[in-house]
Design a protein around this ligand. Structure first.
Ligand code: HEM
Length: 225
């Protein structure tokens, strides 16, 4: 093997690191609460109040997740070189860059990158897109299911029967709601809920395939010591 020169670069600035940690903790918490929501019967959690409370907790943590994501999206325009979307999202000439990188990998001497390599950029772009869709479907579901912000007040105003104050409407209680409009709301929120769930499953799958190799190499590094 030839000489290897190491040099130190400050790549991930503090705001980017904070984003990563808040994102990591909120995603793990959201998955944990979602699993409780899905297996509540098996866990002996019964009743509509408990069901609503679980959704409220999930949505409250969801707000932290969404605000953190919005902050990261903004930081991609003002942060350091490595945090910028310009250097992450695939742009002009990206296919050639990926081809060049893949060729260098098959030749046995992968091109070295400070920050993400081209495949890493693709993965980060896909994950960010996934997080945006999960946020949008989650917020829509929060508004249409338990009438939480930012869309909840609008939804309540829409489904309220004539002469009923929207504030009087409670989740999972048909009192004061217009039957036809409720039917329409159900038809609207159902596919959004499915999208939210399947995108969440995709994220969970990505997390698993992302962490397995890291755990494997850690186990190898730790074993004979
Ligand atoms: C990485 C982030 C997230 C993951 C992994 C996730 C996962 C899930 C899963 C698996 C469910 C289905 C639970 C069930 O069927 O009982 C669910 C439901 C729900 N999520 Fe999320 N979620 C995330 C983010 C959010 C955000 C940001 C919000 C809104 C602020 C949100 C709002 C909701 C609501 C209201 C439901 C209940 C809807 C229903 O009953 O189908 N989620 N979430």
């Amino acid at each position: 093997m030839g000489n290897v020169t190491f040099s130190e670069h400050k790549v991930w600035d503090l705001p980017t690191r904070i984003f990563h940690w808040v994102n990591f903790i909120s995603v793990i918490s959201l998955i944990f609460i979602a699993l409780i929501m899905m297996y509540k019967n098996e866990l002996g959690i019964a009743g509509v109040d408990a069901k609503i409370a679980l959704k409220e907790i999930h949505v409250t943590v969801g707000y932290i997740f969404v605000l953190n994501l919005v902050w990261r999206l903004v930081w991609g325009f003002v942060g350091n070189k490595y945090a910028r979307w310009r250097n992450i999202l695939p742009g002009r000439g990206f296919v050639k860059t990926v081809q060049g990188y893949l060729n260098s990998v098959t030749d046995g001497s992968p091109q070295q990158y400070v920050g993400h390599n081209p495949l890493g950029r693709l993965a980060v772009s896909a994950i960010i897109l996934l997080l945006i869709v999960i946020s949008l479907t989650g917020l829509t579901r929060a508004g249409t299911d338990i009438y939480y912000p930012p869309f909840g007040s609008f939804v309540k105003g829409y489904i309220a029967e004539q002469g009923v104050a929207p504030e009087a409407i409670a989740p999972y209680d048909p009192k004061g709601t217009d039957e036809t409009k409720m039917k329409f709301l159900k038809a609207f929120k159902s596919p959004i809920g499915k999208l939210h769930k399947y995108f969440a499953y995709t994220l969970m799958f990505i997390i698993v395939i992302h962490t397995l190799p890291a755990m494997e190499s850690e186990a190898k590094a730790g074993s004979p010591r």
